[in-house]
Design a protein around this ligand. Structure first.
Ligand SMILES: CC(C)(COP(=O)(O)OP(=O)(O)OC[C@H]1O[C@@H](n2cnc3c(N)ncnc32)[C@H](O)[C@@H]1OP(=O)(O)O)[C@@H](O)C(=O)NCCC(=O)NCCS
Length: 190
């Protein structure tokens, strides 16, 4: 049984980094959803890649691997500003401590069928924002099928903006991708 109060996860849930133990459940979850197929090996590679942030929402019981949702993402770019550059001076004036600003791409976010619209996707996203902040990530990018209005509404409700289209980006069926972006500055994680 799941309890969510005011968009906050109840004691029955926890968010943790994805490990190999979650892969079977994730493959099941993926199967029941209409998202691109990733094999168990793909997930193993992802988990072992230090440049990724992958989170799962699971049942709180210590032994339970019951997975309610997951998000996968990877660092795509790190911009280093020259210490004496004009931009660096502006950043210092604005109180920014970081000389680097990284960007990540969300590969997928998926919630189990009967648990959608209960705030779990939002909780996963907010946990991802927290991790991004600690890694000096300032921007999140993603691609989404143009007809996936549920996901587009979800991302838009979290402040993502449509940036451009990638023609025929997806196969089976062929479809354009919307590229969306979120600037994390000023985004709250609580
Ligand atoms: C998109 C998805 C991750 C959203 O997760 P979720 O846990 O159901 O989302 P939340 O409950 O946190 O929703 C937060 C807000 O997003 C918007 N939203 C989410 N799902 C929506 C839908 N089906 N229709 C319209 N708006 C939606 C709403 O504004 C919602 O707030 P509200 O419920 O108070 O109105 C989930 O529907 C899913 O797993 N979809 C299938 C996989 C997928 O397409 N992933 C994206 C691949 S790019």
């Amino acid at each position: 049984m799941v309890f969510i109060n005011n968009g906050k996860m109840s004691a029955d849930f926890k968010i943790n980094p994805m490990t190999s133990e979650h892969i079977d459940e994730i493959i099941n979850l993926q199967r029941e959803s209409d998202i691109s197929y990733w094999s168990p090996k793909d997930y193993e590679r992802l988990i072992n890649d230090a440049q990724t942030i992958n989170l799962v929402a699971t049942h709180k019981q210590p032994k339970s691997q019951k997975t309610f949702g997951f998000v996968t993402s990877r660092l795509i770019i790190t911009i280093s500003y020259r210490r004496d550059s004009l931009l660096d001076k502006i950043k210092q004036t604005n109180g920014s401590k970081n000389q680097n600003e990284s960007e990540i791409e969300i590969f997928n976010i998926c919630i189990r069928k009967n648990f959608k619209r209960q705030g779990i996707g939002t909780i996963l996203l907010k946990k991802l924002y927290e991790k991004c902040r600690s890694e000096a990530v300032g921007t999140i990018w993603l691609e989404v099928r143009e007809t996936n209005t549920n996901a587009i509404n979800f991302y838009t409700s979290h402040g993502f903006k449509k940036v451009y289209k990638r023609k025929n980006y997806y196969q089976n069926p062929s479809e354009d991708a919307l590229v969306m972006r979120l600037n994390l500055t000023g985004i709250r994680t609580d």
